[in-house]
Design a protein around this ligand. Structure first.
Ligand SMILES: *Cc1c(COP(=O)(O)O)cnc(C)c1O
Length: 583
């Protein structure tokens, strides 16, 4: 059943592991395109996947991106395998007496069409841990997940904790063994952040102990591994200790040379996974132009690491209201794989304010439907009609995204909403145990509660998820995205807004900074006070734009003109393929 039990784990001669010809050619990395096939797919490794339709709930943008990348690969017919954990439990949030409370819900993979394949083992603390390998296929793509009843939840525990290390080791070594079990060889390994480092390590170990010269094995692994970074500062990353590696990592390595290589990477008995991920991946990317330029990472020798800019995109089919998507296709702006064609901007010229209002009316019905089962902070079920104006702020409650900023001058906020009969919908989850942001949310809810107008017009919806994200993108009029400039790597919720014809109010950060400051309603200022004044001004501007057909058409066409290629998931996938498999 599993190979480790009888001591034969990974004991395959080299020819069985890899296509030896392609193997040596590939050190040049030029002939790889032909190497992508059903048995040799593009492999994508992620600790987080956000794909509720398939039973896996993530935490935020990292998981949404992973799900979109697979769906786009499916549409583009790229053979693709996504390897991720299936967490047997997930957290939801609900409001109880005005307080946000976490609840934990069990999830059963069998209900989501996953098939049990077999078990694989990883070694942890002198034990063998059996992991279930499960799989779900979708045309040319598949999700391969590893799981066991005590696997825990996504991001449970502290980031440098034993449990996190166990989860990451299980994904890396267990996932790599799962690929072998299914009979797949990776054409490329894309590591979605450093928590997936152990997958590349498992491959290096397999090559090194099956007859490949160690340095060649390193070169080969490096040429076939892409590290996609989503974080700005290396210093913020958690570390693991040598002692933790002795319990969880070294026992899974068979090659003495690889063990030695890894042991040498510790400084003062500690290791950051980014430092070794940089060593094992020659291909490295950042997730927007700005992020790739400013991400501050050093390799072990102390040199600054260069990242190739490949801006995230979204799967248009998942995130765009079907009527609007149909418009993009029928006017010829998007082609069959939903990528923008040359001259797309001119094709969008036929969009009229009437169309936009019609789409928005449809989108509002979608939003009302989503809100039916999701009361606001007062337990009230909301319903909006076509005359209501809706601002939304929908994102994880983390400090740099500044969810509290619009509430700093509640009187001004009230004036803005009153002057345009507007509502403000706020949604976003607080990470379990984040007492600072929990406190901020409480203060925001308190501010709202003190004003009778705000009580009726500002709504907090608990348990932000994909459905709410979609409903709000389709159904609101203006979206607010105000991260502290320099701290958002890319962000994708603003992309859903642009695609669904919302007016975007944003600071110039992340992927938004791929466009010019004139292509959306920009919020900037020398300090937070100036930024706040400009935010309120932009909220007034947005409401006025919707009152004037010409302004509405002009604003939305300018946004689409600047961003349609940026937000296209097909564009993103093509960028990855061009980078990984140069002609
Ligand atoms: C799109 C989406 C995100 C991404 O949000 P950003 O703040 O833009 O990174 C996070 N969570 C959910 C549920 C989403 O749908």
């Amino acid at each position: 059943m599993n190979e480790m039990q009888d001591g034969q784990y990974f004991y395959h001669p080299l020819e069985n592991i890899e296509d030896v010809d392609i193997f040596y050619e590939a050190t040049e990395r030029t002939h790889l395109t032909k190497a992508i096939s059903e048995e040799r797919p593009y492999t994508y490794w992620t600790i987080e996947l956000y794909d509720q339709a398939n039973g896996i709930r993530g935490g935020g943008g990292l998981g949404i991106l992973a799900a979109d990348t697979r769906r786009v690969a499916e549409q583009m017919e790229v053979p693709f395998a996504l390897i991720t954990p299936f967490y047997p439990s997930e957290t939801h949030q609900k409001m109880v007496n005005g307080q946000v409370v976490d609840e934990h819900i069990k999830v059963d993979y069998k209900k989501y069409g996953f098939k049990f394949i077999d078990q694989v083992n990883v070694k942890c603390c002198d034990n063998l841990c059996a992991l279930d390998v499960i799989e779900k296929k979708f045309k040319n793509t598949r999700i391969i997940a590893i799981t066991e009843p005590n696997f825990g939840e996504l991001y449970s525990g502290m980031s440098g904790s034993d449990h996190r290390l166990y989860q990451e080791v299980a994904l890396g070594f267990g996932g790599y063994a799962a690929l072998k079990l299914i009979g797949l060889k990776p054409a490329i390994m894309q590591l979605n952040e450093v928590a997936t480092f152990f997958a590349a390590l498992a491959r290096l170990d397999e090559l090194a102990r099956n007859g490949m010269d160690f340095y060649e094995a390193v070169v080969y692994t490096r040429k076939h591994t892409l590290y996609t970074n989503h974080t700005l500062v290396q210093a913020a990353e958690a570390e693991f200790s040598y002692e933790q590696f002795e319990r969880f990592v070294f026992p899974n390595l068979k090659s003495l040379a690889v063990k030695k290589w890894l042991k040498d990477k510790f400084t003062d008995g500690r290791i950051k996974l980014s430092s070794v991920t940089i060593e094992i991946a020659e291909l490295r990317s950042g997730v927007s132009k700005l992020h790739a330029r400013v991400a501050n990472y050093r390799d072990i020798a102390g040199n600054k690491v260069k990242f190739k800019a490949i801006t995230n995109g979204i799967d248009m089919k998942t995130w765009v209201l079907p009527d609007i998507l149909e418009f993009y296709k029928s006017c010829g702006a998007l082609n069959d794989i939903l990528a923008p064609v040359e001259g797309y901007a001119a094709k969008l010229d036929s969009l009229t304010a009437d169309d936009v209002r019609k789409f928005k009316y449809k989108g509002r019905e979608v939003l009302n439907e989503v809100l039916r089962g999701r009361p606001n902070q007062y337990g009230k079920i909301l319903r909006f009609d076509e005359h209501d104006f809706i601002f939304d702020f929908k994102r994880r409650f983390v400090d740099y995204k500044r969810p509290e900023m619009p509430f700093e001058d509640p009187l001004r906020l009230r004036q803005i909403l009153e002057s345009h009969n507007a509502h403000y919908i706020l949604t976003g989850r607080v990470h379990a145990g984040d007492s600072i942001m929990g406190g901020k949310l409480k203060r925001v809810l308190g501010t709202i509660d003190q004003d009778e107008y705000l009580r009726e017009h500002v709504h907090y919806i608990a348990d932000y998820d994909e459905k709410l994200a979609f409903g709000l993108s389709c159904g609101s009029n203006a979206a607010i995205n105000i991260p502290i400039v320099g701290l958002e790597a890319c962000g994708t919720s603003w992309m859903k807004d642009i695609a669904n014809l919302n007016v975007l109010i944003s600071t110039h950060d992340g992927g938004v900074a791929d466009g010019s400051m004139n292509s959306y309603l920009n919020v900037s200022g020398a300090d937070e006070k100036e930024e706040l004044a400009m935010l309120y001004q932009r909220m007034m501007d947005a409401a006025e734009i919707w009152e004037n057909d010409f302004d509405l058409e002009y604003t939305l066409k300018t946004q689409l003109g600047a961003f349609l290629p940026v937000i296209s998931g097909a564009r993103m996938m093509q960028d990855y393929l061009d980078y990984l498999f140069p002609a």
